[in-house]
Design a protein around this ligand. Structure first.
Ligand SMILES: C[S@@+](CC[C@H](N)C(=O)[O-])C[C@H]1O[C@@H](n2cnc3c(N)ncnc32)[C@H](O)[C@@H]1O
Length: 163
């Protein structure tokens, strides 16, 4: 199915949402295709950031916590392997950032009956290997006098994610 939409994998920041992700079969296939689109001529930091951008633009939901744990673990293994640069393993900061992104955007939830409870983090890449962050509600209320939007988040270098 994904091979039918090759244009979706030209830009590593193209966003995907899997509303019933299971153990991540689509998520890992999307991640692998995004990683294949990374420009190889980079510094270690730029390369790690590029892999994190691939991860940060993929959103997944499943009602089963067990499935979400497995999906996160599969994605982390692929991202960590991809972040290996010139034979040197991904940095601790990379692994911490990757786990943070997966925790915020591959989540347990009921997409059909309680989408309003699901809040992701929208990561937008900025110069200097930084991410602008904003809470992103899947189904914000249209009319609710008592509605309080989620707290804004600061822009950070990727090494600060999860620290
Ligand atoms: C057939 S699996 C599909 C998994 C995945 N899309 C794939 O292709 O490998 C269906 C998944 O939907 C999840 N699911 C069922 N109802 C759901 C709901 N209301 N919200 C979120 N996930 C749900 C199940 O836990 C299960 O993992």
């Amino acid at each position: 199915m994904l091979d039918l939409i090759p244009d979706a994998f030209v830009d590593v920041d193209t966003r995907f949402l899997e509303p019933a992700a299971g153990t991540g079969n689509f998520l890992v296939a999307i991640l692998e295709r995004k990683i294949a689109a990374i420009d190889p001529a980079m510094t270690v930091e730029a390369h790690e950031f590029a892999v994190l951008r691939c991860l940060a633009s993929i959103y997944g939901i499943d009602i089963s916590d067990e499935n979400i744990q497995e999906a996160r673990a599969r994605m982390l293994a692929i991202a960590s392997a991809a972040a290996t640069f010139d034979g040197v393993a991904a940095s601790e900061a990379f692994v911490r950032a990757a786990k943070t992104i997966l925790d915020t955007n591959i989540v347990v939830g009921d997409t059909l009956n309680a989408a309003y409870q699901i809040v992701f983090v929208e990561y937008t890449p900025e110069a200097g290997e930084r991410f602008k962050r904003a809470p992103s509600e899947l189904d914000p209320p249209t009319v609710d006098l008592f509605y309080e939007p989620p707290t804004p988040l600061s822009t950070v270098h990727y090494s600060e994610l999860g620290s």
